[in-house]
Design a protein around this ligand. Structure first.
Ligand code: DHE
Length: 539
């Protein structure tokens, strides 16, 4: 509802602003079309071109820039429909948009962008609901299941979260979340799952009730991708933080009621040129185990924030200059170093949360996308970490043990071009996630955005003992895209989503690579989060 209200407000503001435009007359567009185009833009374009269209991983789309390049409506429609060499999908060619919608967007982006509404703490409080008061929640688990081996599975387009018992593989609850729910994180004790939807709706699920239950919800923004709880000793389950795309801010909320407590704007100046940016989005967040802090990627200004939550009335934020377009990332195996990707710069950044400084940054392949990454012991280089890439089929592995193996620390020790594995059909990039577990001998790699349909449906499994050897690659299912991996608590099973309207989660034995179970009837499953591994940041 809020989303539609936001697009309605944008539509009206847009119509009012159009006559003030100072550039050549943009093509006509009706108020009804603006509303539809705003929704399309929000769903498909903001990720790369951002709300105010100043550009991020995609180029700026301001009318001034478009008119300077003398791009006509037909040119823009062709880009949208067919995609670009720079990596933009062909929205019509891929069957996601109609030609009419491509034409609508082509006309829309020639008009000046209008900022969606801001959100105050009072606005957030109006959306805040405690569905089960804390006093009425159980004091101990009301079932005999091993809840630390539960998996929360994102059912993206259903706007739901499925909770699956990792032992019996039963779907024990399917709970409403927000529109295009994006990720889950657990609270420090693991008792609660937090979800965040792309529409900025956060929800809290109690895993101790007889059947997992949604116990609170709040909307802290109109667009978001990240959330995490407070993991430092003494603050377990006390607080959480939502990272927003729009409005550009982070919001500290209560950890077990979700009451919004404090808004921290991310608007400011870029780390390098000190230029004002009106829309720096919060990308990945991790919770420190050693200090009362969240480590947060501020994408467009290129800063990494250490946001201390010990005293939120006298808030301390360390802003570490890093690199622009910070996206995803995770901890090294010791949880001292945070390792995010500045994806548009083909760079990994290393933040030392002990010295509170950037420890290193180095180039990897084209558009690194680690998710939270993978950490293991390489027989030659000792503790290493790795990323896959959206822009090419490559596994980049770097040393991540500055104490024990200083000569290899923060240097790429393996850069595995997966196209060299003849006969596997590994071309075209489009990797999104990789995963391992301390008890596993394997590293699993997906490629759901690859141009080849069979490759999209496949996974490749590398051996830690000989990471450069030819991996075993196989199709996970016949429909959809094989996306995101998660281990069970014991580290001997790997769960993969087949992302499709009629989707499934496929459970593999990590040793034999044989299918143990297909959990079917799941609409658009994407990310999966095992309680134990997420609590302890095991990957
Ligand atoms: Fe994600 C993580 C943003 C598209 C599935 N995604 C993240 C994170 C960010 C992000 C900032 C890190 C959160 C953290 O660690 O705190 N994702 C974005 C986008 O902006 C983008 C590119 C486009 C968009 O408009 O959303 C995008 N993401 C996708 C997808 O298309 C995926 C495959 C399916 C979907 O749900 O839309 C997808 N993103 C995921 C998953 C994670 C994630 C499963 C968590 C990985 C993990 O193991 O932690």
């Amino acid at each position: 509802m809020k989303r539609y209200l936001a697009t309605a407000i944008i539509s009206i503001a847009f119509m009012l602003s159009a006559p003030l435009a100072s550039f050549a007359a943009p093509p006509p567009i009706s108020a009804k079309e603006v509303k539809k185009a705003s929704e399309l833009y929000f769903d498909r374009c903001t990720c790369c071109h951002v709300t105010l269209r100043k550009g991020a991983t995609g180029p700026a789309l301001t009318p001034k820039k478009l008119s300077k390049k003398e791009l006509t409506t037909d040119d823009l429609e062709a880009f949208i429909a067919e995609g670009t060499d720079g990596g933009m999908p062909g929205w019509v060619d891929d069957g996601i948009m109609s030609q009419k919608e491509a034409n609508l967007l082509a006309r829309f982006i020639q008009h000046p962008p209008v900022a969606p509404p801001e959100m105050s703490l009072a606005d957030m409080k109006k959306t805040w609901r405690v569905l089960v008061p804390v006093a009425k929640r159980p004091k101990k688990p009301q079932h005999n299941r091993d809840w630390k081996n539960f998996f929360g599975v994102i059912l993206r387009d259903a706007g739901k979260v499925a909770v699956i018992d990792g032992d019996s593989k039963e779907v024990i609850a399917t709970l409403d979340s927000g529109f295009a729910v994006h990720i889950l994180r657990t609270s420090a004790t693991g008792r609660y799952f937090y979800s965040i939807g792309r529409d900025g709706r956060a929800a809290l699920y109690d895993l101790w009730t007889k059947v997992p239950t949604k116990v609170a919800m709040v909307q802290t923004c109109t667009e978001a991708r990240s959330i995490d709880g407070s993991k430092y000793k003494g603050y377990e389950d006390k607080l959480a933080v939502v990272g927003c795309y729009w409005p550009p801010h982070a919001v500290i909320i209560d950890g077990i009621t979700l009451e919004p407590k404090k808004i921290i704007s991310t608007r400011g100046y870029t780390y390098d040129k000190n230029e004002y940016h009106p829309e720096p989005r919060v990308a990945a967040i991790v919770a420190s185990h050693y200090t009362p802090e969240w480590v947060m990627n501020i994408k467009e200004t290129g800063f990494i924030w250490l946001l201390n939550y010990a005293d939120i009335e006298n808030l301390q934020v360390n802003m570490i200059a890093a690199e622009r377009f910070l996206h995803d990332g995770g901890w090294d195996s010791t949880h001292r170093y945070f390792m995010p990707a500045a994806n548009k710069r083909n760079t990994m950044v290393i933040i030392d949360t002990k010295t509170r400084k950037k420890a290193a940054q180095f180039k990897v392949g084209k558009i690194p996308h680690p998710g939270r990454g993978a950490n293991w012991i390489d027989p030659k280089y000792g503790p290493v970490s790795a990323t896959v890439h959206i822009g090419e089929m490559r596994l980049s592995v770097w040393g991540s043990d500055p104490k024990g193996h200083p000569q290899h620390a923060w240097k790429v020790v393996h850069s595995i071009d997966m196209t060299k594995f003849k006969g596997l059909g590994l071309e075209g990039g489009g990797q999104l996630f990789l995963k391992t577990h301390p008890k596993s001998a394997n590293v699993w790699v997906d490629m759901p955005l690859n141009t080849d349909k069979k490759t999209q449906r496949s996974q490749c499994v590398f051996k830690k003992a000989n990471i450069t050897a030819v991996p075993v690659c196989f199709e996970v299912g016949k429909k959809g895209k094989a996306v995101h991996q998660e281990y069970n608590k014991a580290g001997d099973e790997v769960w993969i989503s087949m992302w499709d309207n009629d989707g499934e989660v496929v459970v593999y034995d990590d040793k034999t690579l044989k299918v143990k179970k297909r959990i079917t009837g799941l609409r658009t499953p994407t990310g999966k989060f095992n309680v134990y591994n997420t609590m302890h940041d095991l990957y």
